[in-house]
Design a protein around this ligand. Structure first.
Ligand code: ASP
Length: 444
């Protein structure tokens, strides 16, 4: 068996083994949350931290190398513009799908009054307990919609490159790398030594990725065991089941219908063959719950197996891992409307439009780390509350988010997978606009 095939099989074994062991632990241990957290901590040490170590150097190097290899600024403009258009339109498609599904299925309506009261009081307790999340949400809430825009703008116009690196603010790093790449391309031969050095550093980091990949099966095993031990698969049949299934069905439609149609029509690529080739990255996204941590694997798999050009992958994937989050956008729409349904607050067409716009913004603003979407959801809730206040309707209390915290990790794993799949489809599409000089590894 080839090395790549072996790793994939091992990751799958880790996933399934983790789910089975997690479910057993969930029913057997006295404190499933505590046990789950301990298993997840091991997974983070084994896999997430080593991957995260590579992310920022890789983002910087791959964007500089990608931009210098595209070279010509007008060509870069076309590639960049098309990439942003792709990100934006697929995110809006995902969010509209989420909004339509949640209003049609209405998972927050039709529950018995007792079930609603118990969900609401449990939610309030969860919200109280989760002080870290509460603080993060409180800050996002205070800053409001203007603050969310400012936050994105400040990252797009960074003032201290090292502060961006130290704070893990990928967008600022990308912007600097983009500008430096353009400048190095513009100075021609004088820039060559720097480009060659950066390119060889990039190759070195990619070799590290290949080594770290061998940790994926073990890391995924611990992470999935912990998650399932904490939540239990039975949650799908509980009072939040209809909500969870609505999110999962939405994600499935986006991943298996919308994006494949886009790829088949615009990219002239067999989308399911491509999905199969990207499996290592998709499984890693599912296991680590972080599109940032998965980025090294996504780049490696897209170029070595997915038939994406280096030019496209180096540029589209780092940016995509930061801003393009189809799964998160869809999830935010479903989750917010669900909470309003649960609190018996009717949303009008105007509020649904606000949900679509702000959920897209919230997804762009979410970092590629676990639970980021849960925090930025506050932006959507606040915007809808403001509109409701104009109509004299009571707002949704922020503690409503507590209702969905408990089951969030499982949904997060699935939406992260869709986020990474969206990035990969983008890289494959843009390969048509920015092919490598030498043919890509294997065309999918
Ligand atoms: N965990 C997601 C990601 O890394 C972000 C989120 O939706 O919370 O892509």
């Amino acid at each position: 068996m080839k090395k790549d095939g072996l790793i994939t099989v091992l990751i799958l074994v880790g996933l399934v083994g983790g789910a089975v062991l997690g479910q057993i632990l969930h029913g057997a241990v006295p404190d499933p949350v505590e046990t789950g957290n301990s298993w997840m901590s091991v997974g983070k040490i084994v896999l997430v931290r080593p991957l995260m170590l590579l992310v920022l150097p890789l983002v910087f190097l791959s964007v500089v190398v990608g931009v210098t290899s595209i070279g010509d600024p007008s060509r870069l403009g076309i590639v960049g513009g098309t990439t942003l258009l792709y990100y934006f339109s697929t995110m809006v498609a995902a969010v509209v799908l989420g909004a339509v599904l949640v209003t049609t299925v209405a998972p927050g309506e039709g529950l018995s009054p007792e079930a609603i009261t118990s969900l609401q009081s449990e939610g309030a307790a969860q919200y109280e307990e989760n002080s870290g999340l509460r603080n993060a949400m409180g800050t996002a809430n205070e800053k409001g919609l203007g603050g969310a825009w400012m936050n994105i703008l400040e990252q797009v116009i960074p003032k201290n490159f090292f502060a961006e690196l130290a704070n893990g603010r990928t967008l600022g790093v990308i912007v600097f790398a983009l500008l430096l790449g353009l400048a190095l391309a513009a100075i021609g031969d004088a820039g060559r030594p720097a480009v060659d050095t950066l390119r060889s550093l990039f190759d070195g980091v990619m070799r590290l990725v290949l080594w770290i990949l061998w940790l994926t099966p073990i890391g995924v095993f611990f992470l999935v065991t912990g998650t399932v031990a904490k939540i239990g698969l039975g949650a799908l049949a509980g009072p939040l089941g209809a909500y969870m299934i609505t999110v999962l069905v939405g994600l499935a439609i986006h991943a298996f219908v919308t994006l494949p149609i886009v790829l088949a029509v615009l990219g002239r690529v067999n989308p399911f063959a491509f999905m199969l080739r990207m499996r290592k990255a998709l499984l890693t996204a599912f296991g680590t719950d972080s599109s940032s941590a998965t980025l090294p694997v996504t780049i490696e798999t897209a170029v070595d197996e997915g038939g994406c050009s280096k030019r496209s992958a180096n540029f589209v994937l780092p940016l995509g891992a930061t801003v393009n989050m189809d799964g998160t956008a869809l999830y935010e729409a479903v989750a917010v409307v669900f909470m309003f349904q649960l609190w018996g607050i009717d949303l009008g067409m105007g509020e649904l439009v606000i949900v679509v716009v702000t959920a897209t913004l919230a997804a762009v603003g979410a970092a590629g780390i676990p639970s980021a979407g849960l925090v930025t959801m506050v932006i959507v809730v606040t915007a809808v509350n403001t509109s409701l206040a104009g109509r004299g309707i009571e707002p949704l209390p922020l503690e409503a988010i507590g209702v969905i915290i408990g089951v969030d990790r499982i949904l997060d794993m699935c939406r992260t997978t869709v986020n990474v799949w969206g990035d990969a489809v983008g890289a494959r599409l843009i390969t048509r606009l920015a092919p490598d000089d030498e043919p890509a590894a294997e065309a999918a």
